[in-house]
Design a binder for this molecule. Structure first.
Ligand code: EPZ
Length: 418
């Protein structure tokens, strides 16, 4: 079993470059299905999840060529199957993003329902209800979501919750529908904007992405093109928290600070020094951070994907902090792992109360999900002594060469394959 080994407590500083955004690349790659012309993507992060969704596309009949570590070329001009393979979809729930494009292009789709995951049940009811409102007949058959439509007709869809995935799937379904679709109470995350800009680059007509109301004027077909994936704001935020915790300064390059306003405001409130340029953040701190409180919310609120990382910083802050997780029902699994390192945290329903301690102690811990794994790396880097992190396949899903890049900041961190 591969592990990450850390001897913590060393001062860390230097420059770290951010990769392309996983949560933009996954829906955008699924969106390739909408076009019958060649599509080239650059700044694609080299992640296991990207490999998985590329395999799903190949299984559907799309030609996929990885021309370099971060560049892919796609050709979906051939015959496309409407059925996504269970063996692949079950390994990554974001494969469900192919449902909207398949329905738009073929007027039929059969995609295995994505299982829940460690952080929650994660249903897809909002996706399916939107497909029905566009005119599809939706059913669940042998664990698959099945959607069939004679025609997809643009309409007004109001999302019960601003679901990121549902917003993305419905934008893609509406792209080739007849007439205008308005998605109300849409998710406003930057990854939605990146998807819309990608589809518009291929000839789609999407307006309002990034706001609560997205208008999609259906078109007959999409052309080809080249698109560069936006920088990963969660990876950037993870490194900014590291700078604030370890003292830094750490210069986080190739990022968009405007995507992280909730985080940088919170870090400043905790006493970190945060300097933002147009494509970088310099994060550091003079001495101990101060306690604070945070509640995760849909964008532009504080991102749930940064919750575990900020909680780790709060473990060492002076005073009592609190974290309320409103997006997922089970996203506190890192609490028990942090407690093994000496953190003092109590959970009351959806709120964790963190009593700051002077130091964390290295220990054997596990990555329980993608962002919790990143939080354990942060904890190990500032803890006194040796930390061993297992189950790091979670980390590989979302962070390209994390160990190599953090090593270059002066950390004593290695990875062993096992
Ligand atoms: C996306 O997941 C991200 N994943 C998640 O990042 C991120 O945490 C999440 O958005 C929230 O920002 C990708 O983009 C690949 P949601 P998604 O639909 O689309 C409920 C990471 O670490 N819901 O906005 O699945 C759902 O149960 C991952 O990179 C329904 O009830 O998130 C959850 O409680 C983790 N019915 C809430 O909405 C639905 O049909 C938010 O889910 C859909 C969602």
């Amino acid at each position: 079993m591969a592990k990450i080994l850390i001897d913590g407590g060393k001062p860390l500083s230097g420059t770290i470059k951010v990769s392309g955004a996983k949560n933009a690349a996954l829906p955008i790659i699924a969106g390739v299905i909408l076009s019958t012309k060649p599509v080239k993507l650059t700044n694609v992060p080299a992640l296991n999840d990207v490999t998985t969704i590329s395999k799903v596309l190949e299984a559907l009949g799309v030609k996929v060529a990885r021309t370099s570590n971060n560049c892919y070329e796609f050709d979906a001009s051939g015959k496309i199957s409407e059925e996504a393979p269970y063996e692949l979809v079950k390994t990554m729930r974001a494969s469900f993003f192919v449902m909207g494009p398949l329905l738009a292009r073929l007027k039929k789709a059969r995609v295995p329902l994505p299982g829940g995951c460690a952080i929650g049940v994660r249903p897809v009811n909002i996706h399916l209800k939107g497909f029905e409102e566009l005119g599809a007949k939706v059913s669940i058959e042998s664990g698959c979501a099945v959607a069939i439509a004679d025609r997809l007709i643009g309409t007004k869809i109001h999302l019960d919750f601003p679901s990121v995935g549902a917003t993305e799937n419905l934008i893609m379904a509406a792209t080739l529908a007849e007439g205008e679709t308005v998605i109300e109470n849409a998710a406003q995350e930057p990854e939605i904007v990146d998807l819309a800009e990608f589809l518009n680059a291929l000839g789609a007509k999407i307006k309002g992405a990034g706001g609560p109301s997205i208008i999609v004027e259906g078109v007959k077909e999409l052309g080809g093109g080249t698109y560069s994936i936006m920088p990963d704001r969660i990876e950037a935020g993870t490194f900014a928290v590291l700078g604030a915790m370890a003292g830094g300064p750490i210069r986080v390059e190739n990022c968009n600070p405007n995507h992280l306003l909730a985080l940088t405001a919170k870090l400043r409130e905790m006493g970190a020094s945060i300097e933002c340029g147009n494509d970088y953040i310099i994060a550091g701190s003079e001495g101990r951070l101060k306690a604070s409180e945070v509640k995760t919310l849909p964008y532009p609120g504080f991102p749930t994907d940064m919750q575990a990382q900020l909680m780790t910083a709060m473990c060492l802050a002076e005073g009592t902090s609190s974290v309320t997780e409103t997006i997922f029902e089970n996203r506190f699994m890192h609490v028990s792992e942090l407690s093994r390192m000496g953190a003092n945290i109590n959970i009351h329903e959806r709120t964790a109360v963190i009593h700051g301690v002077k130091a964390l102690e290295g220990a054997p811990v596990a990555a329980t999900d993608l962002r919790a794994g990143a939080a354990m790396v942060l904890a190990g880097l500032v803890a006194q002594g040796h930390t061993e992190i297992s189950q790091i396949y979670h980390i590989d899903r979302g962070y390209e060469d994390l160990v190599g890049r953090i090593n270059r900041l002066g950390a004593n961190i290695t990875r062993i394959e096992g």
